[in-house]
Design a binder for this molecule. Structure first.
Ligand code: ADP
Ligand code: MG
Length: 263
């Protein structure tokens, strides 16, 4: 069955979009069928997938507010080899309109219901806040992947996020849990990064991915060419780290599948 993962952190600039795009591309390269949903009105994941947010005829707005069929909204031509639900400025309007519609927390879940089993992985790139779009993402997800920079206030932000996950789990989506915590833009020469990283492991144990994403200029350059980094510079440490993360996620999924079968 398809796995739906929200990539979320209410802080901006921590590597959510970079993670969503590169992970989607890495898993698509392993022949998995992948869908990426851009829920950030900035549309960075859309542009980074080689889809022009100014030209795309339909976006998450049509899916969430007009309840248009998934197949009429999905974009199947991306540079990353995955399918895409695009975002642009219209998605800001969607956030406001969601407040007045029926079943406002579960619009995305309902929209994905008919197609979720046709994908191996569905990633949702969340906006940098805990608004109704993020609530929709989490209500539609099995789990939440949290990219974070190992900085001084990062742990505090993480507490707020974990709290939101618990609230959504209690209110609308009982199985929701933290999939994993990803250290991004990591610099092992920075003493503070190492300290925060240690604290993270103490608090969250195995939830912290072993794979670490280093600071790598290729990851920052690739979006301006409208492509995931593995198709921009496949030998870069950035591209390789996201491939390694994809491998780690696949292994974890297989392990938990095996465990639930034997249970
Ligand atoms: P978010 O979606 O959380 O706001 P982004 O993925 O857009 O964060 O990343 C913020 C900025 O940092 C972008 O310009 C992106 O290209 C850059 N960036 C992200 N990850 C890395 C990395 N590992 N190394 C270097 N630059 C990065
Ligand atoms: Mg983003």
């Amino acid at each position: 069955m398809g796995k739906v993962i929200s990539v979320a952190n209410q802080k901006g600039g921590v590597g959510k979009t970079t993670t969503a795009v590169n992970l989607a591309a890495s898993l698509a390269a392993t022949k998995r069928k992948v869908l990426l949903i851009d829920l950030d009105p900035q549309g960075n994941a859309t542009m980074g997938s080689g889809v022009d947010k100014y030209e795309v005829p339909k976006s998450a707005y049509e899916l969430l507010i007009d309840e248009e069929p998934f197949n009429d909204v999905v974009v199947t031509e991306t540079t990353g080899g995955y399918d895409l639900i695009a975002a642009n400025a219209d998605v800001t309007a969607a956030e406001i309109k969601l407040m007045e519609v029926f079943s406002r927390e579960t619009r995305l879940r309902n929209a994905l219901h008919p197609v979720r089993d046709s994908y191996d992985f569905i990633f949702i790139d969340c906006p940098p806040s805990l608004n109704l779009l993020t609530v929709n993402a989490m209500a539609a997800s099995d789990s939440v992947l949290v990219p974070m920079q190992c900085e001084y206030f990062a742990l505090e932000g993480l507490t707020a996020l974990v709290d939101t996950v618990s609230k959504i789990s209690a209110a609308v989506n009982p199985g929701l849990h933290v999939e994993g915590i990803l250290r991004t833009m990591y610099d092992p020469r920075n003493r503070l990064s190492c300290d925060v990283s240690e604290q993270l492991k103490q608090h969250f144990g195995d939830k912290v991915y072993r794979t670490v994403i280093p600071r790598n200029i290729r990851l920052a350059e690739a979006p301006s060419f409208g492509t995931p980094s593995m198709y921009y510079d496949k030998n870069s440490t950035g591209a390789k780290s996201y491939l390694a993360l994809a491998g780690e996620i696949l292994r974890r999924a297989e392990l938990s599948g095996a465990n639930s079968e034997s249970a």
